[in-house]
Design a protein around this ligand. Structure first.
Ligand code: NAG
Ligand code: NAG
Ligand code: NAG
Ligand code: NAG
Ligand code: NAG
Length: 411
């Protein structure tokens, strides 16, 4: 059963702290009002769908009130339009109804945990190359020259926590033809925007993320990112890194039931199952073995073994959960095997592909591209994942799109 998150106790505490003197207004179910907003995009996508029962059903929900849903996992905040893993991005995800919010976790030089999608993406997700901290990058910026693309590599482990938090977020992207640091930094993909990236978008540490999401009464899905430096790093072991992530939640008295840890590294999952079982029993194994046809077959075959070892939730990229048979999108062998083994599934990532007309939606739509033509078909795919595959949740770069669907179907 997928439940809504609008717990009167948790939201009540948050509202009471913000407005102590006034009794907040309550609505129908005694829940404190939080005005979830899905904006115009879901309506645009529904308009764009082919005629049929799904379109009719989604249209029928157009005027309903929208609520936070745990079916909606915010992927890196709301990076379709906000710089990823920044305060503004998390606020947008909250407003759009995400019940669970992600922080990808990387470590700094002084072994503090921060939110970044990769340990070494500061050159594309922050303004570091336009600051004096550029001098600390693992690989300094090299401009485009003589047909060779511009390059740089700047890692969280190059900086102390204080240095990291002095940076500003930016839209992820770079221009390989950049002949200066500023022109290299200017590479936002066509389907995103710099509209909400002005000023200095605030970066998040793991601790500031926990405080923020806890204050909203929402749930957490932190991902332990694979290190891009040899481990141990100055004595810091992979096990300590995995343990420190757990310790951050324990120190803030966040119950394990509110935390879905994730990792692409099976040993991280097994570490948590053994050493932090309350967290391990709902850890999410991000399965990238499906990325090649041979790996997909191996991954599918290995599901009973993973289940026997205590893994409860699998999360491959969304394409691996469906396939096309006679022009119909249906659950894949992988999805069927996971259900048979009693495992739950989480899919990623919605709203990361741009127009489906361009290269059929690319990576995330590779198994269904033969039957997806227009952006409205995104909802056709989501519907198969929700209703036929039975996913527990969908990560989205723009949570509102999934919130609209989830509310319409009572998820
Ligand atoms: C680069 O730094 C200069 C000086 O601090 C600042 O005025 C400018 O806005 C920055 N540009 C970007 C894209 O960060
Ligand atoms: C580009 O090529 C020219 C001519 O071969 C050479 O003089 C110059 O140093 C090269 N520039 C860089 C940045 O490698
Ligand atoms: C970089 O330059 C090449 C060659 O002129 C061009 O084909 C390509 O589109 C440019 N890439 C970007 C991101 O501007
Ligand atoms: C698939 O599994 C076989 C047998 O364990 C192994 O030899 C092979 O390398 C695996 N292939 C991939 C792509 O994982
Ligand atoms: C898409 O259709 C083509 C032509 O019928 C077929 O060869 C191809 O295997 C299909 N791709 C997928 C992923 O089903």
């Amino acid at each position: 059963m997928r439940s809504f998150i609008a717990s009167s106790v948790l939201l009540g505490l948050a509202s009471a702290a913000a407005v102590p003197a006034v009794e907040p207004r309550t609505y129908g179910h005694e829940h404190k009002k939080f005005n979830v907003q899905v904006g115009v995009r879901p309506y645009y996508l529904v308009d764009n769908m082919d005629e049929g029962p799904l379109k009719k059903k989604l249209e029928s929900c157009s005027e309903q009130e929208f609520k936070t849903s745990e079916f909606v996992f915010s992927h890196r905040g709301a990076p379709l339009q906000f710089p990823e893993h920044t305060l503004g991005a998390y606020k947008a995800a909250h407003r759009q109804g995400a019940g669970v919010i992600e922080c990808d976790v990387a470590f700094t030089k002084d072994k503090q945990l921060v939110c970044r999608h990769a340990q070494c993406d500061l050159h594309t997700t922050t303004n570091i190359l336009n600051t004096t901290l550029a001098a600390k990058c693992s690989t300094p910026f090299k401009p485009y020259a003589n047909g060779t693309a511009a390059s740089a590599k700047c890692c969280t482990s190059d900086l102390t926590l204080t240095e990291f938090t002095s940076l500003c977020g930016k839209m992820d992207g770079f221009n390989p033809n950049g002949t200066t640091a500023l022109s290299y930094m200017d590479g936002t993909p066509y389907f995103r925007t710099d509209l909400y990236a002005s000023g200095c978008p605030k970066l998040m540490t793991l601790n500031s993320y926990i405080d923020l999401v806890d204050g909203w009464g929402l749930k957490f899905t932190p991902e332990l990112k694979a290190p891009e430096v040899p481990m141990p790093f100055n004595g810091y072991t992979q096990q300590q890194y995995a343990q420190d992530l757990v310790n951050a939640f324990v120190a803030k008295k966040v119950d394990a039931s509110r935390v879905w840890l994730q990792s692409f590294v099976p040993d991280d999952i097994f570490y948590w199952i053994k050493n932090a079982p309350a967290f391990g029993k709902q850890a999410v194994y991000l399965d990238e073995r499906v990325d090649t046809p041979a790996g997909y077959l191996n991954a599918t075959a290995s599901i009973p073994d993973l289940a026997a070892r205590g893994v409860k939730i699998l999360a491959p990229a969304m394409f691996a959960l469906t396939k096309v048979v006679n022009n119909e999108i249906v659950p894949s062998e992988y999805a069927v095997a996971a259900k048979k083994a009693g495992l739950e599934l989480v899919a990623w990532s919605f709203e990361r592909s741009g127009w489906l007309q361009i290269e059929g939606g690319g990576y995330y739509y590779q198994y269904v591209a033969n039957v997806t033509y227009n952006d409205g078909d995104m909802y056709t795919v989501l519907d198969v994942l929700a209703q036929k595959v039975g996913i527990k949740a969908m990560f989205s770069d723009w949570p509102a799109t999934v919130t609209y669907y989830a509310n319409c179907f009572g998820l």
